[in-house]
Each structure stands twice: as structure tokens, then as C-alpha cells.
Design a protein around this ligand. Structure first.
Ligand code: E4P
Length: 218
């Protein structure tokens, strides 16, 4: 399973990258706005910086919703760096655009997926990734991880090559559950990635080892 970080914050990307386990980055307009990135030049520069930090797929999202506009915007994003994956929303024009990008050699990440039916459409259109938002599904009282499992099964049965990229991760346990459900990729906030390190028995065990180690070097 690949590990992506879901942020546009350069310090957090660096911290996850330095851990040695980072395979890529996902961003979205909310995450970019949170970092105060405004204007086309600054947006392009920010994506370039991320691409130069992490050698893996970097999702950059279009903000257009009409086919022609999505194509024009996606082409510009894809031209920034070979590792850019154009993130396209799951809407009618988005599916058409994903097919166009696929036919023209541009990788896509279909975002805002909340059902298996949407995931089937994205795969038919040739998306490289489908991003089911599991935290937002949990927020509505449904089971986000169950959707991951369902899509993974459908893709395996049908032989679709689209990778299931579990998104909208809220905690470390989501990452573990997505791994168990067969997600190909999980994109998480730094906090959830670092949370995987933690266990109280590790802390207690280490404290005791360090204490006993003093006896080894009196
Ligand atoms: C997906 O790629 C999105 O960027 C993200 O995971 C959405 O997460 P949120 O529900 O925490 O905003």
C-alpha cells in the first residue's frame, strides 16, 4: 500500500518525506487556500516545489467544472511536472474529461467519490486513482471503510486497473482499516501517519530498556 500525505503544507510534507515512507502527495483547493497560495504563478510554483521535494505522484486539483475548462486547466497543471496527477471531480463533465486525459496520456485522480457506482464510472473512464472520502462518509453515519472494501472487490472482479486511494482520513485506525480492506493507496494528514508510531507499551518498554541500559555502562 502506498502512503500519500494529504496536505499542501511544505513543512508537513518534508517531515513525512524525511520519515522515508512517503510515496506521493494529494492537495485540494481547500488545502492550498489554507496555506495562503493565491494566483496562478504562486499555485504553479507551489506545485513545482512539492514535485521537487517528493519523487512520486502529486495530485493537483482543477477548479473548473465545464469539460473544455477542465481540459485547459488540467493540461496546464500536467505541464508543471511529469509527476503531476490531475485531480478531477466526479461530475458528468469530469468523467468526460478523465476519459480525454486518459486518451491523451495524462494521469488523473477522480475526487469526491462517495459510492461504488461513481468508482465504476471513474475506472471505465481510465482514472489512475479513485478517491473515496471515507471520513466524510463516516460523518454522515455510514461506513467509509466498507465502501473501500466494496470498490476494491469490484475492481478486482472486473479487472479494472484504477487504484483505490482512500481519502478523507480522520485517524490512524482509518489507515489500518484501509490497509486491511485492500486500498492501494491511503492519503492522510501528517498527524494520522505519525499516530501509527504510537503505543503506550512501546513507551513503557523503551523507558525500561533505557533505564536498564544505564546498568550496562555504570
Ligand atoms: C482527498 O484527496 C482530499 O484532499 C481529502 O482527503 C479530503 O479530506 P477532508 O474530508 O478531511 O477534507
Amino acid at each position: 500500500m502506498k502512503f500519500f500525505i494529504d496536505t499542501a503544507n511544505l513543512n508537513q510534507i518534508k517531515e513525512a518525506h524525511d520519515l522515508g515512507i512517503l510515496d506521493g502527495v494529494t492537495t485540494n483547493p481547500s488545502l492550498m487556500a489554507k496555506e495562503g497560495i493565491t494566483g496562478e504563478a504562486a499555485i504553479t510554483k507551489h506545485y513545482e516545489t512539492i514535485c521537487n521535494m517528493v519523487n512520486g505522484d502529486i495530485s493537483a486539483e482543477v477548479v473548473s467544472v465545464k469539460f473544455d475548462d477542465i481540459i485547459a486547466e488540467g493540461k496546464k497543471l500536467a505541464a508543471i511536472h511529469p509527476n503531476i496527477v490531475v485531480k478531477v471531480p466526479m461530475i458528468k463533465d469530469g468523467v468526460k474529461a478523465i476519459k480525454w486525459f486518459t486518451d491523451n496520456g495524462i494521469a488523473t485522480n477522480c475526487t469526491l467519490c462517495f459510492s461504488a457506482g461513481q468508482a465504476i464510472l471513474a475506472a471505465k473512464a481510465g482514472a489512475k486513482y479513485i478517491s473515496p472520502f471515507i471520513g466524510r462518509i463516516d460523518d454522515t453515519g455510514w461506513d467509509g471503510v466498507q465502501l473501500i472494501e466494496q470498490i476494491v472487490n469490484i475492481y478486482a472482479i472486473q479487472g479494472f486497473e484504477t487504484q483505490v486511494l482512500a481519502a478523507s482520513i480522520r485517524n490512524s485506525n482509518h489507515i489500518v482499516q484501509c490497509a486491511e480492506a485492500g486500498a492501494h493507496v491511503v492519503t492522510s494528514p501528517l498527524e494520522s501517519i505519525l499516530g501509527l508510531l504510537k503505543h503506550p507499551l512501546t513507551d513503557i518498554g523503551l523507558a525500561k530498556f533505557l533505564e536498564d541500559a544505564k546498568k550496562m555502562h555504570p
